[in-house]
Design a protein around this ligand. Structure first.
Ligand code: BTN
Length: 318
């Protein structure tokens, strides 16, 4: 593993120029046959390494897929991403992460995929997950009661929005509870799921999906960062940025800091709007006037009374 990272470093350093097997062997203190084995392993991982007869090896380009090693290279976090598990294609990263968490995987473990075949969204919807998107699930084990999970999911939405904005330059707003929006077009979302007891969360899986370089066709207006920015986004770098921003916010959250909510509200597209909330058994219409400490949307109803809403599909009216 370590040798393979050193080989990538050496090939990157050389740019497009090939580096000979002999030179690599000398630098690493291993045999040329061993170098060749590591090159083969890297190719299997998805790196495009060209073998130039008699001249050596050249790295054509880094994979556009978020390989485990690439995510971990230069990752400046303390906990998030200490363990990264990458699948080229998987059903749902949230499902994989949940299984790992049940088996005791530690906080900060990240599952990412190049594509998902059964990606899930909020409210039992499916989440289209073609190549080019960010599909990431993070295991966290906060010592909080289950009621605080809504706040954690707002926090995750804020982290994803901030990271996607700073990384791509595209301004990202939030539609309550945690849809990432570019004006009225959805560009990402968060699916936060937990397991635990009445008093205590055992673990939560924070699933983040961002349409970075992929187009999806669902029945709501959507967009991608690529379309908005006019250039493809480096998915691996974006994942690293999400983990960095999220970890910072999460540490504040564990210390009990509530200031993230102000940050969230500033990005909220929902506050101040007339909205309709669709719940399985009822529909509530009103003006969105606040988001409270528990992450509930506070609505002022027609009759002047107030109602707190903790879940549902939020539709902006005007
Ligand atoms: C939404 O409905 O807006 C939430 C979408 C969340 C999608 C992400 S992609 C990674 C993770 N795995 C899933 O199956 N869903 C989440």
């Amino acid at each position: 593993m370590e040798y393979e990272s050193l080989i990538i470093d050496a090939l990157l350093e050389a740019g497009a120029k090939p580096v000979s097997g002999e030179e690599l062997a000398g630098r690493l203190g291993i045999s040329r046959t061993a170098v060749w084995k590591h090159i083969r392993a890297l190719q299997r991982e998805g790196y495009h390494i060209e073998v130039l007869r008699g001249r050596g090896y050249a790295l054509k380009r880094l994979s556009s897929r978020p390989l485990e090693r690439e995510v971990r290279r230069g990752l400046s976090t303390r906990r998030f991403g200490k363990r990264v598990i990458y699948y080229e294609r998987v059903g749902s990263t949230n499902d994989v992460a949940r299984e790992l968490a049940r088996q005791g995987a530690e906080e900060g473990t990240v599952v990412i995929a190049g594509e998902q075949t059964r990606g899930r969204g909020r409210l039992d919807r499916s989440w289209e997950s073609p190549e080019g998107g960010v599909f990431l699930s993070l295991i966290v084990r906060p010592h909080i009661p289950p009621a605080a999970i809504s706040r954690l999911s707002l926090l995750a939405g804020l982290a994803a929005a901030k990271a996607a904005e700073s990384f791509s330059g595209v301004p990202i707003g939030l539609k309550w509870p945690n849809d990432l929006m570019v004006d009225d077009r959805k560009v990402g979302g968060v699916l936060c799921e937990m397991e635990g007891e009445a008093e205590r969360v055992d673990f939560a899986i924070v699933g983040i999906g961002i349409d970075a370089n992929c187009d999806v066709s669902v029945d709501i207006p959507t967009t991608s960062l690529k379309k908005e920015a006019g250039a493809a986004v480096d998915i691996t770098g974006l994942i690293r940025e999400v983990l960095r921003v999220f970890e910072n916010l999460y540490e504040g959250f564990l210390r009990g800091a509530a200031d993230f909510l102000e940050d969230y509200k500033e990005r909220s597209q929902t506050l101040g709007k007339d909205v309709k909330i669709l719940q399985p058994k009822r529909e509530i219409a009103g003006k969105a006037v606040d988001i409270d400490g528990e992450g509930a949307l506070v609505l002022r109803l027609r009759d002047g009374s107030y109602e707190r809403v903790l879940s549902g599909d939020c539709i902006h009216l005007r």
